[in-house]
Design a protein. Structure first.
Lengths: 325, 283
């Protein structure tokens, strides 16, 4: 197992290098820099003042020098200081990371516990009413703009019925609450964001587990299991389910970038202080160091998600380990 | 019977896909003839009718400047159509170019291009899109290009996989033996046979591009006011969430219907173009 993990880690290095190169190019090759944004409101800013600002940010050096300097600092996990408030980019990101990770982990969990039963049930009862209804749900789920769903639920549950709070992750008076009340307050704030970020994933994964299950049910060993007289529930849960679950692990890993990226929209809507919201505000103010930091970290989180998925795949399926040795 | 009429016959056997095709066609029609269909000029401001709920005069109500929401949505359908088709066209072009180069030449070229695909796929797409828009000016053209340039990777993988199997097939080997050059092999013999998964991916791609565009316009990074798009009407919907539900409901339904339409057409195409299903029927 260890050699497999080691090999996968080594394979990540060129990818991370490529990620830094693309991040840097995206931000630097386009016209319009942070200095222009800072000075366009002030017509009086002289050419000299602009030049000084550029020097301060190191934007006067040739591009490849800027890249190498950035890369050198990146290796030490130093993304420089934000153009907006002068704080360390790494600190700003680390502050925001827990909220985003919590929401993503909760919603991955929600996706798993709802999508798997839906998928398995519609596969075992193919063409039943349940299967048809869940297929409709899947297509509508794929096609729903999540921010719109968020708006509708905010109107319905927040504005009209007043059951759920519609912004932030805690109430204003949270400091006066006891620990249990605080937990309850926190959960109420997270219900909508987690539910909505899981919504598309539930549609996708239930479709996927349905077809994975259908694929397995056709196999010879399932026929064998039935032929030797096992009960249907035993055939499904002991023999079919295990094999059908394997490829699903990979899909979970692949859904990480979508979840992280999707955070931009719903964190902005619900005013949740996570990475997505930070990225949105940095993009609006052309805060290059923060934009680059989040792009790189977002991509690396994706790689880690894929790696974890591949490792767990190798754990459950010995064939993979042997092939890649 | 030629191949396209066989495909259409198979496609129309699925009622739902056929309905979806009609819906998609209707929306394209509305977009093309928006100037004739829209009852009211979508940019006319009416201070006496600000945020008025749906009525006979304004079936979908009016927005915070008194503009007719239905007319703005009819004009907004043009945005979805343009962005969907141009962005996907770009993505298909790039994906086909990179995928066929990788699949045809193989070896180091393939390894290098596929690592590039892996790297691009590692970025959360929405982050990458936002980063590019932040350094350029947000406009409908920017988002067309950006959605295209961040959406080609799946197409590249599909085309590469097709090329890898097709280039070993007898008819391609025969073409090579009879002296066909690389370009002739690619364009004349392999590519035409690799196109059906690309068509399917393109249909789903249009759906995805429309969703992304609406999200970006919603965030204020896409189509800029006063030009209407479904996404930026929803921005007003959020601003006036406590008083004007119609600003949120109708544009969202339009996006949902359109995207659902393209997705169902894509699903129908997938069934109609899947040769494995053809064989089971013949048996």
């Amino acid at each position: 197992m260890l050699p497999y993990i080691g090999k996968r880690l080594v394979m990540m290095i060129p990818l991370i290098f490529g990620i830094t190169l693309i991040t840097f190019s995206v931000v630097h090759l386009a016209p319009g820099g942070p200095v222009e944004v800072q000075t366009e409101m002030q017509l009086k800013a002289s050419a000299q003042a602009r030049e000084n600002l550029r020097k301060l940010y190191g934007l006067d050096k040739p591009l490849h020098v800027q890249y190498l300097e950035w890369l050198k600092r990146f290796v030490k996990l130093d993304f420089g200081k934000s153009f907006v408030d002068g704080r360390e980019v790494m600190k700003k990101i680390i502050e925001r990371l827990p909220v985003t990770l919590t929401i993503n982990i909760l919603s991955l969990f929600l996706i798993l516990i709802t999508a798997l039963p839906i998928g398995v049930l519609s596969a075992t009862k193919r063409y039943s009413l349940f299967d048809k209804l869940s297929t409709i749900f899947v297509f509508v789920g794929f096609s729903t703009p999540t921010f719109w769903l968020a708006l509708l639920l905010m109107i319905l549950l927040g504005v009209n019925m007043g059951i759920l709070p519609i912004s932030g992750i805690q109430s204003i008076d949270v400091s006066e609450m006891g620990p249990l009340a605080r937990l309850w307050d926190w959960s109420k704030h997270l219900i909508l964001p987690v539910g909505i970020s899981a919504f598309v994933g539930i549609a996708g994964l239930s479709r996927y587990s349905r077809s994975s299950m259908l694929e397995v049910i056709r196999q010879d060993y399932i026929r064998t299991a039935r032929a030797k007289g096992l009960r249907e529930s035993e055939v499904i849960f002991r023999h079919a389910l295990r094999n059908a679950l394997m490829p699903i692990v990979t899909i979970l890993g692949l859904s990480v970038p979508g979840l992280i990226g999707g955070g931009v929209i719903f964190e902005t809507i619900f005013a949740i202080p996570g990475m997505g919201q930070l990225f949105y505000s940095s993009a609006m103010s052309r805060d290059y160091p923060t934009i680059m930091g989040i792009l790189v970290i977002g991509a690396i989180l994706t790689l880690i998600g894929n790696l974890l998925a591949d490792i767990s795949y190798a754990v459950v399926d010995p064939r993979i380990r042997r092939e890649n040795r | 019977m030629n191949i396209s009429s066989i495909v259409f016959k198979r496609f129309s056997r699925n009622r739902l896909s056929l309905v979806a095709l009609a819906v998609v066609a209707a929306i394209i029609f509305v977009a093309l003839f928006a100037s004739v269909i829209a009852p009211i000029n979508p940019t006319i401001i009416d201070v006496h009718n600000v945020l008025s709920p749906p009525s006979m005069a304004h079936p979908f109500g009016t927005d915070e400047l008194g503009r007719d929401v239905l007319s703005r949505m009819i004009w907004g359908s043009r945005v979805s159509l343009k962005v969907g088709f141009v962005a996907v066209g770009l993505a298909i072009f790039m994906g086909t170019l990179i995928g066929s180069t990788a699949g045809f030449y193989g070896g180091k070229v393939d390894a290098l291009l596929m690592r590039f695909v892996d790297i691009m796929l590692a970025f959360p797409t929405f982050f990458l899109i936002l980063a590019v828009i932040s350094v350029l000016e947000p406009s409908i053209y920017t988002i067309m290009v950006v959605i295209g340039f961040t959406g080609w990777m799946d197409v590249a993988r599909l085309v590469r996989a097709e090329f890898l199997t097709l280039k070993e097939r007898d008819f391609v080997v025969a073409a090579r033996a009879s002296g066909a050059g690389n370009l002739r092999m690619i364009f004349r013999h392999i590519l035409p046979n690799a196109l059906s998964p690309v068509f399917i991916a393109a249909t789903f791609g249009v759906a995805g591009a429309i969703l992304t565009e609406s999200g970006l316009s919603f965030l204020g990074l896409g189509v800029q006011p006063p030009n209407p798009s479904w996404g930026n009407i929803l921005t007003s919907g959020k601003d006036y969430i406590e008083v004007a539900w119609w600003l949120s409901l109708f544009p969202g339904l339009a996006i949902l219907t359109t995207v659902l339409g393209y997705n169902l057409v894509g699903e129908g195409l997938r069934d109609a173009l899947d040769p494995r299903l053809w064989e089971t029927e013949r048996r």
